[in-house]
Design a protein around this ligand. Sequence first.
Ligand SMILES: [Zn+2]
Ligand SMILES: [Zn+2]
Length: 625
Amino acid sequence: MSDKVVTVNGAAVPAGDTLKDVVRGRTIVAGRIDDRPVDLTAPLKGGEIIETIDSSSLDGLDIIRHSCAHVMAEAVILLFPDARPTIGPSTEDGFYYDFDRAIPFSTEDLERIEQKMAELIAADAPFIRKEMGRQEAMAYFQEKGEPYKVEILSDIVEGTVSLYEQGSFVDLCRGPHVPSTGYIKAFKLLSVAGAYWRGNERNKMLQRIYGTAFSSEKALHDHLTFLEEAKKRDHRRLGRELELFMISDDIGPGLVVYLPKGGILRSILEEFEKKLHLKNGYQIVYGPSLLRGKLWEISGHMDNYKEYMYFTELDNQLYGIKPMNCLAHIQIYKSRVRSYRDLPLRFFELGTVTRHEKSGVLHGLMRVRQFTQDDAHIFCRPDQIIDEITSIIELVQRAMAIFGFEYQIEVSTRPEKSIGSDEDWNMATQALIDSLDKKGLPYEINAGDGAFYGPKIDVKIKDAIGRMWQCATIQCDFSLPARFDIHYIGSDGSKHSPAMLHRVVFGSMERFMGVLIEHYAGAFPVWLAPVQAVVMNITDAQADYAASIAGRLTDAGVRVELDKRNEKIGFKIREARLSLVPYMLIMGEKEKGQGIVTVRDRSGQQNTATVDEFIAMVQNATPQI
Ligand SMILES: [Zn+2]
Ligand SMILES: [Zn+2]
């Protein structure tokens, strides 16, 4: 034993030759030496500060999943020698590996791959790290007929790269990995999908196999149950079944069409928003979709946001289709001289914006190419910033309470690609933080994730099954007011620069609707339900009575559908239940005779009520803003 000493998890211990010599237990999958994640085979010099990475920690899971991707790739190559491996990273809750293969993998193929993986894991093959020069590695993969690895290597700077070998498979990888395949305790392959090489639609379409791995069978089982639940709530399927929206290839990817039921849901949300904002001192405005290229140059979008924008030419002039609503609001501010007494000014717009998202990231309503923001810009004096941010936070809290969402807050700071002085960034970031502190709200710092023109507060809401979704943001910006040279006349009679706050509450109407569909699993609360009640008669004898009740309800603003088809009442109830409508109003001879209705709710509970009582019940279900 040498006399070298290292610190492991805060305790000094005698060191061996490698990390493996100083850690104990099969749940330790890797380590961190002086903050650098490393394999357990990493050599020790003595004096290192070491932390161990346990299999159930987030970092540990990441290493297990990533190692599992290597094992999957080995299994795939053994079973399908024509498949060429590309890349296989871990993701937030699993991993994938992309293969270049002419024939797509089938569900049966996945089962065979899983079986082969189980064999490879049972063999407990060690992960062996090798280092070589970049040129040598390129020659190695060239020789093996793996052009994708060669391409990756050709993009990186000269130097040493690491290769990992387990069993018959060698991959170019930074590591670390678990010591041997036997450390992978529970895994499952989930699905296959097409994916473009490097996410670029001009590149070749590859076959992506998704899987996940956990530190125990129990944790894997819980996750698979969660995935089942998420699948049941998938807004893309529910959107189709409940006839809310469509996204069609004829129109184009990422472009949403609202069907009548989705249209009414959106208009309910928009009415809610308009009332909420008018009550809170906002003014409703609208800007055009096209604005001159010159404005996008002044704003900095040409330099910092061009790849997300669409442009067109009118009368030989360049126009940009707005990806944000800010610029028209700045022009509204500029439309007259503003005095310090006029501020704050709060302009609200349900503004439709268009952004060029890559086709690979588009996802139902959650990620689209054209969406409507509940956007507002607040122009205020520097001494009003904290109060304004605080009242935006209160507005967000009020809105989220109505939907019953819990939320988490993050503060995103200056990104690499950005405009404005350090001084302004610091002032803006501090204002956001001070406002949160003033409200006593906890938050996390998200370094480098701000907008290019200012730092922001992100509010992430938690849905019914615990998933987090980005919704509200509040951004503090001193750059755009300076770039557009806007000002107000202060009490001293001279010109001053206002601060500009950009903020959304729901974020995108599309995404918020997607979240609502999944949160409620399509069973919307009464006030949001596109159809609040289906009115149905038991026999033809009550058809006119049912029609007259439906008419009265419609007049009172209740959203109803009349089902007077000559079908059995049990059949009508079943259909209405499948459409997840909150109420069914059933009309038989008794109801007709007494001029009442039988109200059946989604849980199957039945009561009788007068029509006025039912109207009051529906109206009372609408939240007061
Ligand atoms: Zn790896
Ligand atoms: Zn803005």
